[in-house]
Write a protein that binds this ligand. Structure first.
Ligand SMILES: *Cc1c(COP(=O)(O)O)cnc(C)c1O
Length: 405
């Protein structure tokens, strides 16, 4: 695939990640703008009726209508595809519409999906409430246990779906191993790469068939827009594009422009998030009042070796169990002064949340227990503030949990 700027003549074929993040997909207009333009237009004009016919017939490339061809959205798609190492990307209105588009494009009634149990809560609702309605069944397995994946595969299984590292317990799956398993059974492996982003992990290079993103998180990185994307090669990604063209869960040009600017600083931000989160996690392990810390960068994390092998960093999200119960966890959260109490993650601002009563609040007590979501669990998405100030806020939280002043 050629990511060169065709009109500008910049050859990016052998370019490094950081360069692609800033340059890939850009095509200058006759105005010769330096930054990428935002094309706020719903439709495009043809020179004559014959050209319109050729565009609609697919005989001539070019813009038609912004539901499926917008130059700003395309620049974002090409840049993200370059970063993930895929042929093509399809931008969507949200992370959930990226996941929905993937399933709608590639599954039929009677098909079966195997998914990791620790998955974004709304993805779970999609399986249980909507896919089921159209005759698609899902089996849930333990993310890091290859045998549980193997034994869940049936003759009608079409997709293996996972997030790694998982939310909120930072469990890690071996993507290469799961890709081999999927392909041995004629299935596709789909990886939600929201936590690591291509700056830290490129699932396609490890054998995955499709990558899905909530661009809302780290691709934006500054908490401004909702968006998503699917990236891949060949027929599967073309099927996803066909669904988007038909059903229209399209990313707006404005949001695409914001995400493009996010991609330019992605590597710098992910490295900073990872460095700070590792420092915070290591510090928390020694802190009185903390029972347990979940972070794949810690040497005693059960899948630390896999994380080292397949990731270029451990990301910005960590979880901790505070000594005590739900009340202690809430005292902890309420005593922090700088952190944002919000379920979002992947922001420049550190966010703090109580999974058992927010993101995982819909699970029954048994489901929470099976998923390892305890009442004293707190999730932190470590932001770009000074680590010194982040630790100060955590110390306030611990003091309140222990009812010390
Ligand atoms: C947030 C999130 C999603 C959903 O993305 P939206 O942009 O909120 O629709 C999917 N997967 C993961 C891992 C997420 O964190």
């Amino acid at each position: 695939m050629d990511w060169s700027d065709q009109e500008g003549g910049v050859n990016l074929e052998a370019a490094e990640f950081e360069t692609l993040a800033v340059r890939a997909g850009q095509r200058r207009t006759v105005e010769m703008e330096n930054s990428e333009p935002m094309f706020l237009t719903s439709s495009f004009v043809f020179e004559n009726a014959a050209q319109a016919a050729a565009r609609f017939a697919g005989d001539e490339p070019g813009n038609i209508y912004s539901r499926f061809t917008n130059p700003t959205v395309r620049t974002f798609e090409q840049r993200l595809a370059a970063l993930e190492g895929g042929e093509r990307s399809v931008a969507t209105a949200s992370g959930m519409s990226a996941i929905l588009s993937t399933f709608m494009a590639l599954l039929s009634a009677g098909d079966h999906v195997v998914s990791s149990r620790s998955i974004f809560g709304t993805t779970n609702v999609l399986y249980e409430k909507y896919l089921k309605k159209f005759g698609v069944e899902t089996s849930f397995v333990t993310l890091s246990d290859i045998n549980s994946w193997r034994s869940a595969i049936k003759a009608n299984t079409k997709i293996l779906f996972l997030e790694t590292p998982s939310n909120p317990l930072c469990e890690v799956a071996d993507i290469r191993q799961l890709a081999d398993l999927a392909h041995d059974h004629g299935c596709l492996l789909v990886v939600d790469n929201c936590y690591c982003t291509p700056a830290l992990q490129r699932p396609l290079s490890l054998g995955a068939d499709l990558v899905v993103h909530s661009a809302t998180k780290y691709l934006d990185g500054q908490g401004r827009c909702i968006g998503g994307a699917v990236v891949g090669n060949g027929d599967p990604i073309m099927e996803v594009y066909g669904f988007l063209r038909t059903a229209g869960p399209t990313m707006s040009a404005f949001n695409a422009w914001v995400f493009l600017k996010g991609l330019e600083t992605l590597k710098l931000r992910m490295d900073a998030h990872s460095t700070s989160a590792l420092e915070v996690a290591t510090w928390l392990c020694e802190l009185e009042g903390i029972d347990r810390v979940y972070y794949s960068g810690l040497p005693d994390h059960p899948q630390h070796e896999v994380a080292v092998k397949q990731q270029d960093g451990f990301g910005g999200v960590l979880s901790l169990e505070v000594v005590g119960d739900r009340e202690a966890a809430w005292r902890f959260i309420d005593a922090t002064q700088m952190f944002s109490i919000t379920a979002n993650l992947g922001d420049a601002k550190t966010t703090i949340t109580h999974p058992a009563t927010t993101t995982h609040g819909r699970l029954s007590a048994e489901e929470k227990q099976a998923a390892g979501i305890k009442d004293n669990l707190i999730r932190i998405s470590v932001g770009l503030e000074s680590v010194k100030d982040i630790k100060k806020d955590l110390q306030r939280g611990v003091n309140a949990a222990l009812q010390r002043s």
